[in-house]
Ligand binder design. Structure first.
Ligand code: AMP
Length: 430
């Protein structure tokens, strides 16, 4: 299958070519015809599968034909759970739509509202928004939906996890009933299906499993290590293996800041990205990392969700996540779009409950590699898969709907991942 055969017009094909995409990904092959045909869609697909182009390209195709947006009107609304994802989806529309004369805008909380009101005044063909800020803008008469043609809910499962359900229901009540609705979610739980009932009409359902895409080429294993030696082990791995760049996950914002300082002390450029940082600081951190100015990006789970970083060869779990399914999301950050990747977890004895939970969820024991010179005094107990582990304590659920600046990790969804192959010992690896 080629993009040219999918019914996209020349300006879009040119933009796709400029992006360097040669063939559509499986979700694009499935989704593009459905969206072009005007049908509603429920798609099970994670970030990394190419899902954004899967809806952006056909939406742009349709928008290029219709009447322009009038003042304060929006023709396509895309709701996302986080600011980062909103910014990335907006950037994708801008890139794919660069040869069309359409207007795109993105709005999210944590930054001034006035410039966003100014942009909306002239009307936009595509608005990407996080729910809280969109409602603020609506309440200030900055946005109207009479011309709305398409609604996209991106990462719907994450939006529910983050407590956006009430905001979403309020927004839905403002939209015209006659519209096309596309819903994307990593998995379709009963809760998501419940939401879908009032949202999509006779939807086409498609699913792309990460086994075939995101996680297939990721090798993952763990290094047992004493907790206090984790920074030294990470520094050793970076230097010994001469890693060009790595994405490192910590469990807390404080841990991310501390680790960044420890790396900087060793003359390893590093920057932290988490919910306490201002939007500008987060955008700059990501841009610096993407441009190769910074070697290590240290992130908490919420901040990392949806980060669009291509061909990242190295992911490190400095701490194991509290929620087992986040392990799958984290290691899905590497080995994307066909490139191979490695994910290494530094695991201390006190993290055994989290490890057991992860291994139970992914249905495999993660290969262990002891690192010469860093053998732990307190070793991680042997794991087994034949019984359900006691659940480690979960992070507290927020009571009120969380705005776009949640605390630590959110919760992920279960995806089975491929077993790792045999790993050679780490010593001397380049
Ligand atoms: P997404 O799942 O939408 O976050 O996309 C994941 C990554 O795949 C992004 O960096 C896209 O630029 C890239 N991508 C999307 N479609 C294609 C394609 N057909 N060929 C190669 N890369 C793609």
């Amino acid at each position: 299958m080629s993009f040219a055969k999918m019914g996209l017009s020349a300006p879009l094909l040119r933009a796709v070519e400029e992006q360097g995409y040669q063939t559509p990904t499986p979700i694009q092959v499935k989704a593009i015809p459905v969206v072009l045909a005007g049908r509603d869609l429920m798609a099970a697909a994670q970030t990394g599968t190419g899902k954004t182009a899967g809806f952006a390209l056909p939406i742009l195709e349709k928008l290029s034909k219709g009447p322009r947006a009038k003042a304060n009107q929006v023709r396509t609304l895309i709701l996302t759970p986080t600011r980062e994802l909103a910014a990335q989806v907006h950037a994708s529309f801008a890139a794919y739509g660069r040869h069309l004369s359409l207007r795109f805008a993105v709005v999210f909380g944590g930054v001034k509202i006035n410039p966003q009101m100014m942009v909306l005044r002239q009307g936009v063909d595509v608005l990407v928004a996080t729910p809280g800020r969109l409602l603020d803008l609506y309440n200030q008469n900055a946005v109207r939906f009479n011309q709305l043609e398409v609604l996209v809910l991106d990462e719907a499962d994450r939006m529910l996890d983050m407590g956006f359900i009430h905001d979403i229901k309020k927004i839905l009540a403002l939209l015209p009933k006659q519209r096309q609705t596309l819903m994307y979610s990593a998995t379709f739980s009963d809760e998501i299906r419940g939401l879908a009932k009032n949202l999509v009409r006779d939807p086409v359902q498609i699913s792309v499993t990460p086994q075939n895409t995101t996680v297939k080429s990721v090798k993952h294993w763990l290094v047992p290590v004493d907790k206090k030696r984790k920074p030294a082990v990470l520094i050793h791995l970076i230097k010994e293996n001469n890693w060009e760049q790595a994405l490192v996950f910590t469990r807390t914002k404080h841990g991310a800041n501390r680790l960044t300082q420890q790396l900087e002390k060793e003359k390893i450029t590093a920057v932290a990205i988490h919910g306490n940082k201002s939007q500008n600081a987060r955008t700059k951190a990501l841009a610096d990392f993407k441009a190769g100015h910074v070697r290590i990006l240290v992130a908490t789970d919420i901040a990392a969700r949806g980060l669009d970083i291509d061909q990242l060869p190295q992911v490190v779990n400095f701490d194991l996540p509290n929620v087992a399914e986040d392990y799958v999301h984290r290691i899905g950050r590497t080995g994307r779009a066909g490139s191979t990747g490695e994910a290494i977890s530094l695991v201390s004895a006190d993290e055994f409950p989290q490890l057991s939970e992860i291994e139970y969820v992914i249905k495999e024991l993660i290969q262990r590699e002891y690192l010469d010179g860093f053998q732990p005094v307190n070793d991680v107990p042997a794991s087994r898969l034949d019984r359900k582990p006691k659940r480690p304590k979960k992070p507290k659920k927020p009571k009120a709907p969380v705005q776009e600046n949640p605390g630590e990790e959110g919760q992920g969804k279960v995806q089975k991942i491929q077993p790792a192959g045999r790993r050679p010992r780490y010593r001397g690896r380049k």
